[in-house]
Unconditional design. Structure first.
Length: 281
């Protein structure tokens, strides 16, 4: 009961710290991101699960070449765990950040949170093991970018648990936001590449993923997410200025609008048809 009381008190403090625009924009962005990444998570599970059950793991190479290599089973297991765990954390992640679930259903939050943290660690370790054994298709730059991503995800998962166990709610929530910003990286990776294809017809991209845009993308799918989350964390503070909150609010609303447009296009063309095919097959 004491922990629940502290949680409610801290939540009220957070609510009082932000103005109406900040609260609306942060809640709207979370809803948009979770909806889009939830659909994408189901798509990942359906796409890669279908390949597994149909004994056609070479289909994993349709998105990124050389992901599946029959001659390196350990690397394939690592990337398979990364895909499976990644799909589930996209489905579960946004649920952990919803205030009403945390306040009204604390047991749901705690148990799904434990599963979410565990799967985040599995996704990080699986991806890192794949890079250590086989390496990425894009070479050194991609190896560095993706390895840093895996390390940051693992650290964020550990910190989220550590502050939860210490009952330091504000720090726990801050690290949970950082973890979610990393968890949606695979979703944004596809979104960014898809938008770049539409806008530029693959300028800066090569089939070996070693073009100048590929090198940028080795870091772009998670660093901007972390920067936006850091802006949100600082804007919610009592010491934050109105200008900072307004900047954060406008940034979140702009990102939300862009994501709505992109999600509609990708879900209609690729994600929903793949999910439907898996369910109806």
């Amino acid at each position: 009961m004491t922990v629940m009381a502290e949680s409610a008190s801290d939540s009220r403090q957070l609510a009082s710290n932000g103005d109406a625009l900040y609260r609306f924009s942060s809640q709207a962005l979370l809803a948009i991101v979770w909806t889009s990444s939830f659909i994408f998570g189901l798509y990942i599970l359906a796409n890669y699960a279908a390949a597994y059950f149909e004994n056609d793991l070479l289909r994993w190479n349709n998105v990124l070449p050389e992901i599946y290599d029959p001659s390196q089973p350990k690397a394939s297991i690592g990337i398979g765990l990364h895909f499976a765990a990644g799909g589930f954390i996209l489905v579960l992640g946004g649920m952990q950040l919803i205030d009403s679930i945390r306040s009204n259903y604390p047991r749901v939050h705690h148990w799904t949170g434990r599963l979410y943290i565990f799967l985040s660690m599995v996704a990080a370790i699986g991806g890192l093991s794949f890079i250590a054994i086989k390496g990425t298709v894009g070479g050194l730059v991609m190896d560095i970018g993706f390895s840093l991503y895996g390390v940051l995800m693992f650290v964020a998962a550990v910190q989220t648990v550590r502050y939860a166990m210490a009952r330091q709610l504000l720090n726990h929530q801050a690290w949970a936001w950082r973890l979610y910003a990393l968890a949606i990286g695979s979703w944004l990776y596809r979104m960014d590449y898809g938008l770049w294809l539409i806008l530029t017809d693959w300028v800066g991209h090569t089939e070996e993923f070693n073009g100048w845009f590929d090198h940028i993308m080795a870091f772009l799918f998670y660093i901007p997410n972390l920067l936006i989350v850091e802006l949100m964390i600082r804007a919610r503070s009592q010491e934050s200025s109105k200008r900072l909150r307004t900047t954060a609010s406008v940034t979140m609303l702009g990102c939300g609008l862009l994501l709505i447009i992109a999600t509609w296009g990708f879900a209609r063309v690729a994600w929903l048809p793949a999910i439907a095919d898996f369910l109806l097959s």
